[in-house]
Design a protein around this ligand. Structure first.
Ligand code: G3D
Length: 179
């Protein structure tokens, strides 16, 4: 009986996920948000330095916060990330010159103790541009092996062409919660 009740509860409950998406300016966050909500009657709240959109994927209602990447917005990343279930950190793989700054900002963000257990998806974006960093170079360049308390994964994709976006969606779905 208990088992049946659990099954019925699961059937009628909705899965939800709140995601914070950050990264330096011009890495492709807004393009990614557009790509994720393509074909979805999504709900947008445009604000200066911030986009929030609700999209539904694989039965999961996802609220995605796209936070500005300019220097003045970076200290705010942690405040938004704290209330989220998952974090997306975008990097432009075609711009090796900004990799060091991305590394610094990622580790600054994760120094925040309240983000210790939040799962992170590192997106190596713009792989349609050549040359671009490969996954190994991205992992080394961002010192990801030093991130031990957060579960992290890497997805190499192109927000512009949609290449490998399913990898991003699949990762997000696995982080959803029954409500
Ligand atoms: P941001 O929100 O992180 O600041 P945007 O970045 O989404 O505004 O993207 C910045 C620029 O990068 C845009 O070009 C956008 O089209 C481009 N871009 C985003 N993702 C990709 C990608 O995967 N591949 C390529 N080739 N370009 C991408 P413009 O010219 O409009 O400034």
């Amino acid at each position: 009986m208990g088992n049946l009740f659990e099954k019925l509860k699961n059937l009628f409950s909705t899965q939800k996920l709140e995601v914070c998406m950050v990264g330096l300016e011009n890495v492709g966050k807004t393009t990614m948000l557009n790509q994720l909500s393509m074909g979805d009657p999504s709900f947008t709240v445009p604000t200066v330095g911030l986009n929030v959109r609700t999209v539904k994927k694989g039965g999961v209602t996802m609220k995605i916060w796209d936070i500005g990447g300019q220097v003045q917005y970076r200290p705010e990343w942690g405040n938004y990330a704290q209330g989220c279930d998952a974090l997306i950190f975008l990097v432009d793989t075609s711009n090796q010159a900004t990799l060091g700054t991305s590394k610094k900002e990622l580790h600054n963000l994760l120094d925040n103790k309240s983000l210790r257990n939040i799962p992170i998806l590192i997106i190596g974006n713009k792989i349609d541009v050549n040359p671009h960093l490969n996954e190994k170079q991205l992992i080394e360049g961002l010192n990801l092996d030093y991130i031990t308390s957060n579960g992290w994964a890497v997805a190499m994709c192109s927000a512009l062409t949609g290449n490998n976006i399913t990898q991003v969606v699949d990762w997000l779905i696995t982080k959803s919660k029954k409500q």
